[in-house]
Design a protein around this ligand. Structure first.
Ligand SMILES: Cc1ncc(COP(=O)(O)O)c(C=O)c1O
Length: 396
């Protein structure tokens, strides 16, 4: 196989202007966080989400930790979240002594099932943390109504959802707090980066303090005070200006990157549609009010043995694919740290049977045709050929 025949899972795109932007920051010697480049990123985020106050962070993980601090989650407090998500969601709660409570997701979208939440609520529940899987929106109206009726905070993990909307309104701006990731694999990436969006005016002043290591440094800088003080709990959430400079330039090409990914997403859906049912392949559903950002193209192909065999078949032919989460309720840390409510079979089935196909802003229709043809070949082979070997993961 020639190197050009490989289809990598993800090739990042870096704006050409980012190189000059970094050089400028370096030549000014102004590398520490909270400077002009951070302010420029904040302005760009406010342009996209006008009703929010953004805070750049070093990751979405950081943004989630800041969100939980801001909501004053205390030991024993519970936060309901989908089991089908990343460890950072649970860790943010655990770090404050809280308890992550896992519920199942909807089969169509793999987003938290609002109907599963009421049975998970107790007098200790403080918040719901929803995750827009693959950049496809959760049912935001239902979640907001539920949280309002029960007096709960709503946190959106929009790690994968920069540029996605629900009823035309950007994700990250629906909850009390929203968290983006700008990790290198995301639509808009700067290596490691994130942002917390504070959508409640009453939380903004304290957010400024938590972001700056528990000090009133922002107020001091803004109002020319003689000194600043340690006034609250906090941490070092802000990224360096080098990161912010890259991100600013990435934001400028964000819509073009997302448009290319969405076009590739539609191409996969069109190529797979005629054979999906016959090959027992399930794609993600996109609810009518959701407009997604083409972040992930995921298929579910059944159980783990079929999934692993088809992934190996694709890999042998140079096509790199990925599984995704191991559901949190079934992860080693869950027994010590979390609580699961109800049946979680949809999350478990996704953990066993989901494959993410190669997707980025570079992939060509020809590469996608090869991916789909090879996937369908692999599935036929997995269903007909005898098992060559059983991997340890398949052993009973
Ligand atoms: C749903 C979700 N939340 C949070 C994160 C963590 O993002 P970061 O790497 O920016 O900390 C991820 C990672 O991809 C994720 O999938």
């Amino acid at each position: 196989m020639q190197p050009h025949d490989r289809v990598p899972f993800h090739r990042p795109t870096l704006a050409a202007a980012a190189f000059e932007a970094v050089r400028e920051v370096l030549s000014l010697g102004a590398l520490t966080g909270g400077g002009a480049r951070t302010a420029a990123c904040h302005a760009l985020l406010r342009g996209r989400l006008p009703d929010t106050v953004p805070f750049l962070t070093t990751s979405c993980t950081d943004a989630l930790e800041m969100a939980v601090l801001l909501l004053e989650i205390r030991p024993g407090d519970e936060v309901v979240m989908p089991s089908w998500t990343f460890s950072s969601c649970a860790n943010a709660v655990l770090l404050r002594g809280g308890v992550p409570v896992f519920v199942d997701v909807e089969p169509g979208t793999l987003n938290i099932d609002p109907a599963r939440i009421p049975e998970a609520l107790t007098p200790r529940t403080r918040a719901v943390l929803c995750v827009h899987y693959a950049g496809i929106a959760c049912r935001m109206d239902d979640l907001r109504d539920l949280c309002t009726a029960r007096g709960l905070a709503l946190i959106e993990d929009a790690a994968q959802a920069f540029g996605s909307t629900w009823r035309g309104r950007p994700l990250g701006g629906w909850g009390d707090l929203g968290a983006f990731s700008f990790h290198g694999t995301k639509n808009v990436g700067c290596g490691e980066g994130g942002a917390l969006l504070v959508n409640r005016p009453d939380l903004v002043t304290r957010a400024e303090i938590l972001w700056e290591k528990g000090t009133n440094r922002l107020d001091y800088a803004r109002n020319g005070r003689p000194h600043y003080d340690w006034v609250d709990i906090g941490s070092s959430f802000l990224p360096s200006e080098v990161t912010a400079a890259i991100l600013e330039k990435q934001f400028e090409i964000a819509d073009a990157l997302t448009a290319r990914r969405c076009a590739a997403w539609e191409t996969y859906a069109r190529l797979l549609a005629p054979d999906a049912e016959g090959a027992s392949v399930r794609m993600l559903d996109v609810p009518a009010p959701a407009r997604h950002n083409g972040h992930i193209f995921a298929v579910r192909v059944g159980g783990r043995a079929r999934r692993d065999r088809v992934m190996a078949f694709l890999a042998e032919r140079g096509i790199e694919t990925r599984t995704h989460y191991r559901p949190l309720h079934a992860s080693p840390a869950a027994a010590r740290h979390g609580r699961a409510v109800g049946s979680l079979t949809v999350s478990e089935e996704a953990g066993d049977g989901l494959i993410r196909l190669p997707l980025d802003s570079h992939i060509t229709p020809a590469e996608q045709e090869r991916v789909v043809a090879t996937l369908l070949d692999g599935l036929r082979q997995a269903d007909t050929a005898p098992l060559r070997q059983v991997s340890p993961a398949d052993a009973p």
